[in-house]
Design a protein around this ligand. Structure first.
Ligand code: C2E
Ligand code: MG
Ligand code: MG
Ligand code: MG
Length: 276
């Protein structure tokens, strides 16, 4: 009997593995065709200057628009894209679409910098710098209007090697931001040597700013660090105006969050919004 039920369990395990694998394969195929049909595109979320309330930049956040109009967020497909290598094509498309969009805004007299998320895979491609250069040329976008976001963990892995890659990118003139800052393990000595411009304080620290003294202490530490290294700061996940009060006296501060706007389709980023 034991043997039999063992075999039964094994079979069950196998079936559910197969189902999972089949689902993943389907998702991969769907993602592949979405990438070739233009169903993967960025939305844009405003980043607001704390000093004058102007929208100076937007972050490009990728969405997958399904045939039925349903929208899928990146957390559901970026991991699959990473595992299958499709992230290279996806990242390239988002970079191109974002640069194209920023150049349209610029030509309409509305120069807004666009921040594009770069995955580890993409960043490690030997021709990544060339891709960025070519894309800027293709859409005639000044490098000053492109920002690249790299997560703290990506930058800190192979720190030595990454310094030269970051220097290549910096030489083009793009802005470099460290995303999700505070969640990884940054070596402060490295941080000083990286040619980075901006620290993005992770949303998790902004969440309970009223109730969590620890979070406030971390935010304070990041602000002090940024100030002494002469870096700009972006606070993401701003949902309530109270969250802003603890950041108020910071120079070079940008605010991003639902309080100002959710990520929206390009056509909703208008000149009006530039004066929030
Ligand atoms: P992220 O780069 O840290 O982006 C910030 C996330 O926080 C976005 O989620 C944004 O919609 C969300 N957010 C912004 N303000 C608020 C707020 O006030 N409250 C709350 N609760 N959330 C807020 P989203 O769009 O789902 O993106 C999730 C992650 O997916 C991004 O985190 C980024 O790591 C990744 N991602 C998005 N687009 C791309 C892309 O084009 N390429 C790559 N490699 N990764 C991307
Ligand atoms: Mg980001
Ligand atoms: Mg972030
Ligand atoms: Mg994040």
């Amino acid at each position: 009997f034991a043997k039999q039920s063992g075999r039964c369990c094994y079979k069950f395990y196998c079936d559910s593995m197969n189902a999972k694998a089949a689902l993943r394969l389907q998702l991969e195929q769907d993602l592949r065709s979405a990438l070739s049909s233009g169903a993967i595109l960025p939305f844009y979320q405003p980043q607001i200057c704390a000093q004058n309330g102007r929208m100076v930049s937007v972050e490009a956040l990728v969405r997958w628009i399904q045939p039925q109009g349903r929208m899928i967020g990146p957390d559901e497909f970026i991991p699959i894209a990473e595992e299958t290598g499709l992230i290279i094509e996806l990242g390239k498309q988002v970079l191109q679409q974002s640069c194209h969009q920023a150049s349209v805004w610029m030509k309409n007299g509305n120069p807004i910098r666009v921040a594009v998320n770069v995955s580890a895979h993409q960043f490690k491609q030997s021709d990544f710098t060339d891709l960025v250069k070519q894309t800027l040329e293709e859409y005639q976008l000044p490098a000053s209007l492109l920002e690249l976001e790299l997560t703290e963990s990506v930058i800190m892995s192979d720190a030595e090697e990454n310094i030269s890659r970051l220097k290549e990118l910096k030489a083009i003139g793009v802005t470099l931001a460290v995303d999700d800052f505070g969640t990884g393990y940054s070596s402060l000595s490295y941080l000083k040597r990286f040619p980075i411009d901006i620290l993005k304080i992770d949303r998790s620290f902004m969440c309970d700013i009223n109730s969590a003294p620890d979070d406030i202490a971390i935010v304070d530490a990041i602000l002090a660090l940024a100030s002494s290294l002469n870096l700009g700061v972006i606070a993401e996940g701003i949902e309530y105006s109270e969250q802003i009060t603890i950041l108020k006296s910071t120079n070079n501060l940008l605010l991003q969050g639902y309080l100002f706007s959710r990520p929206v389709a390009a056509e909703y980023i208008t000149l009006d919004r530039a004066r929030l």
